[in-house]
Design a protein around this ligand. Structure first.
Ligand code: MLT
Ligand code: MN
Length: 312
């Protein structure tokens, strides 16, 4: 199985269009050791021919342009795509807005939990993908689902989705309740175990996660590869950077560092390869010369980059 990180940044991308924080400025200026990144998405292929996308980011047009494997084959039909299906891990803008760019009456299949499919259904703009051409299919929790294209043919990619601690999408927050924290762990946000139906090498892709609990730790023990929520380095980073008022916890994202963070929470598990994805434009690890970058690398984690490939 081949995995390709086609977008390693969180919502907004890096640099973010309206961001004047030092990291976005340095990325715009081409500073040494600071690489631009597009918004959160992963591509997987079992046969090097058909591809399954995990999340469809607002940058999908650029991501396809940057990824020859995702472009129509030179000898293919006049309108065609190797993208056979899109699996959604939540309904956040950075994970679903790219669906709108995949219109043009091109068949592929969309897979998501009941909760996320209900969000698509409630937003008629997604009807630009006519469900008779782009079928929407339920990804049932905690069981293996063979991902099929719109034509019903198997892609060879098998996915098990499982709820993780998260939050409803930002645009669904009902702010009339001052006590609400909008947290959810019932399918609004899922992680996925991705494998092929042949040699069985598995990867976990979890771009959003609010907390590491025992269920998740049990699931991840002995994983061959983990692509995990690397939104923030520190919980209060956006506040300290002066760009926002929210902590990571309030946004449904745990941090890389700290006692409750991903590095500490998973340190004792045997995991083959650990890669942070969904990296926010305030995260100091985006600067390869930073002490935070060095600390994350020393802890055995890789920092996801656009175009990074993983073979399993
Ligand atoms: C998130 O990951 O928290 C969301 O993508 C935020 C957003 O929708 O802007
Ligand atoms: Mn996001």
């Amino acid at each position: 199985m081949r995995l390709k990180i086609i977008g390693s940044a969180a919502g907004g991308g890096f640099p973010q269009w309206n961001c004047n924080y030092r990291l976005s400025r340095q990325a715009r200026n081409g500073a040494y050791g600071i690489e631009s990144r597009t918004q959160s998405s992963l591509a997987a292929s079992a046969d090097d021919a058909g591809w399954v996308l995990f999340n469809a980011s607002p940058d999908i047009r650029q991501q396809i342009a940057d990824t020859p494997e995702l472009q129509p084959a030179a000898d293919g039909p006049l309108r065609s795509t190797p993208i056979r299906a899109v699996v959604l891990t939540n309904a956040d803008v950075d994970h679903v807005a790219g669906l709108l760019s995949l219109r043009e009456r091109q068949p592929f299949a969309v897979y998501a939990t009941d909760e996320v499919l209900r969000v698509l259904e409630a937003n008629p703009i997604f009807n630009v993908l006519d469900p008779s051409i782009v079928p929407r299919r339920v990804l049932p929790p905690d069981e293996e689902t063979a991902i099929r294209g719109a034509d019903g043919r198997e892609t060879g990619i098998v996915v098990e989705g499982f709820a993780v601690p998260g939050k409803v999408a930002l645009y669904l927050e009902d702010t009339s309740d001052p006590q609400a924290d909008f947290s959810s762990d019932n399918g609004d946000t899922v992680g996925v175990r991705v494998t092929n139906d042949r040699d069985g090498g598995a990867a976990f892709y979890i771009p959003g996660c609010a907390r590491i609990d025992n269920r998740l730790r049990t699931r991840l023990a002995n994983a061959g590869c983990l692509l995990f929520d690397g939104t923030l380095y520190a919980n209060d980073e956006m506040i300290r950077a002066g760009v926002g008022r929210k902590t990571g916890a309030r946004m449904g994202h745990l941090s890389m560092s700290g006692g409750e963070g991903a590095i500490a929470g998973l340190a004792d598990l045997a995991i083959g390869r650990r890669v942070f994805v969904h990296i926010n434009n305030t995260n100091p690890v985006l600067d390869e010369n930073s002490p935070e970058h060095a600390a994350v690398r020393a802890a055995g984690w890789e920092i996801g980059r656009d175009g990074m490939e993983i073979e399993l």
